[in-house]
Design a protein around this ligand. Structure first.
Ligand code: PMP
Length: 442
């Protein structure tokens, strides 16, 4: 397809779809099919997906390990929509979740299925924490992302998204995440001082909400030590700890939950994105049984029972989380990803790149030249690799390939990244050279 035909294939989106659209602007392609990490466009061109539906496609596109279960369920007229009625699909999911996830980890949580988006789960978690403690304030952290519905947005740090609310976002205090004030400031100590000082101005919060690895914030991972100290601090002050595992959960950091490495047990956990395993919407809040103060229908929603998601979510738990093989596989690919990114960073010292992350959630960070990741992403897209940027200034190139990516595709994508970084550096050198020549009148 030539450029003109390509533009025409997207014309209706430009003409009729709201200006609010975002990813399609970075990757203007008419996509048609997806298999694991390969996307095929309407014109037959193939793209490699390192974007992974922003964490919703941890098992890749149309994973054959559970596609058949979905087709069989539809074929036999299994219930699709059920609010919170009991269905065999839902029962199967809950039983499997208990057997494969809760029991082996010694976790004792009740399950609340909410409306199907991550923001829906966060709204429910915040409401519950406020009801239980009868306090209204919530502490969230710099760089955090918890959704864009009013309650979750109040806990989200992003400036433009907050501004779009159109009214003041209240009852949340933003505190510095680990490392925000540099290595010499202990942000847990700071938080504790605020709690102990009657003149600090901090209203005692119902809960602290956080991501163990901030995704949209730019792949900022809290240390195990910091997470343990935060758990200890919140327990001592009787503040609930809400761990938002919507993006970093379901294996993304190498374990099913992102907080497992720290050995902590949050009071409330929010899950969504890859929980359904198939890219279909589903969200879940886990909480300690003693927090279950909900009265029937006090928090409701029409789409709390996506049975297609229950079917594939269950099949994924059975296929990938019955033993530790998948975790081993993620660890092996994580080592390949981290090693190659570090090698790229060290091979291009002029660009002053650094690498951070966990599991298959990594960032190539450009702290000095904030526009660089977007240039590399654009360059990679021209080589048919898709990945997005993150961070306050877009200073992070974000690697979120499916956990099921083949080693071959992982290495191929990383080769494209290396070539793209090289091309961007070349172009930057050329433009600096041109500027110099112009300045001296050459
Ligand atoms: N929490 C986290 C950590 C997220 O990354 C996101 C989505 N990026 C959300 C909540 C909100 O999820 P949703 O977009 O499905 O509302």
């Amino acid at each position: 397809m030539n450029q003109r035909a390509k533009d025409e294939s997207l014309a209706i989106f430009d003409r009729l779809e709201s200006e609010v659209r975002s990813y399609v602007r970075s990757f203007p392609v008419l996509f048609d099919r997806g298999v694991n990490t390969t996307l095929t466009a309407a014109d037959g061109q193939e793209y490699l997906d390192f974007f992974g539906g922003a964490g919703a496609l941890n098992y890749g596109h149309n994973n054959p390990a559970f596609k058949q279960a979905l087709l069989d369920y539809i074929e036999r007229d299994g219930i699709v929509h059920s609010l919170d009625l009991a269905t065999t699909a839902k029962k199967g999911f809950i039983e499997t979740f208990e057997r494969c996830i809760l029991k082996p980890r010694g976790l004792n949580y009740k399950l609340q299925f909410t409306g199907p988006t991550g923001a829906n789960a966060v709204e429910a978690a915040l409401k519950l924490a406020r009801q239980v403690t009868r306090r209204s304030n919530i502490v969230s952290f710099t760089g955090s992302y918890h959704g864009v519905s009013a309650g979750s947005l109040a806990a989200t740090a992003h400036k433009e998204m907050r501004a779009a609310a159109g009214f003041p976002l209240a009852h949340v205090t933003s505190l510095p995440y680990e490392g925000y004030l540099g290595d010499s400031v202990d942000t847990i100590e700071y938080f504790e001082k605020l709690l102990n000082d009657p003149n600090s101005g901090l209203d005692k919060p119902a809960a602290v909400i956080l991501e163990a690895v901030q995704g949209e914030g730019g792949i900022v991972a809290a240390s195990v030590e910091w997470l343990r100290r935060l758990r200890d601090l919140t327990s001592r002050h009787e503040i609930l700890l809400i761990l938002d595992d919507i993006q970093a959960g379901i294996g993304r950091t190498g374990k099913f939950f992102s907080f497992e490495a720290a050995g902590i047990v949050p009071d409330i956990v929010t899950l969504s994105k890859s929980l359904s395993a198939y890219g279909t919407p589903m969200a879940l809040v886990l909480f300690k049984p003693e927090l279950d103060v909900w009265t029937p229908a006090a928090h409701t929603g029409t789409f709390r029972g996506n049975n297609l998601a229950f079917v594939t979510g269950r099949a994924a738990l059975e296929a990938y989380w019955s033993d530790s093989k998948f975790e081993d596989e993620i660890a092996r690919k994580s080592a390949i990803l981290a090693k190659e990114l570090k090698s790229i960073a060290s091979d291009y010292p002029e660009l002053e790149l650094s690498v951070r992350g966990r599991g298959l959630m990594y960032g190539l960070v450009s702290p000095r030249q904030h526009s660089l990741p977007a240039l590399v992403s654009r360059e990679a897209f021209s080589r048919r690799l898709i990945l997005e940027t993150a961070g306050s200034f877009g200073e992070v190139l974000k690697f979120m390939p499916a956990l099921t990516i083949t080693e071959g595709d992982l290495r191929r994508g990383l080769t494209i990244i290396r070539e793209s970084v090289h091309a961007v550096q070349d172009r930057m050198r050329t433009s600096v050279g041109e500027r110099k020549r112009t300045a001296i009148g050459a």
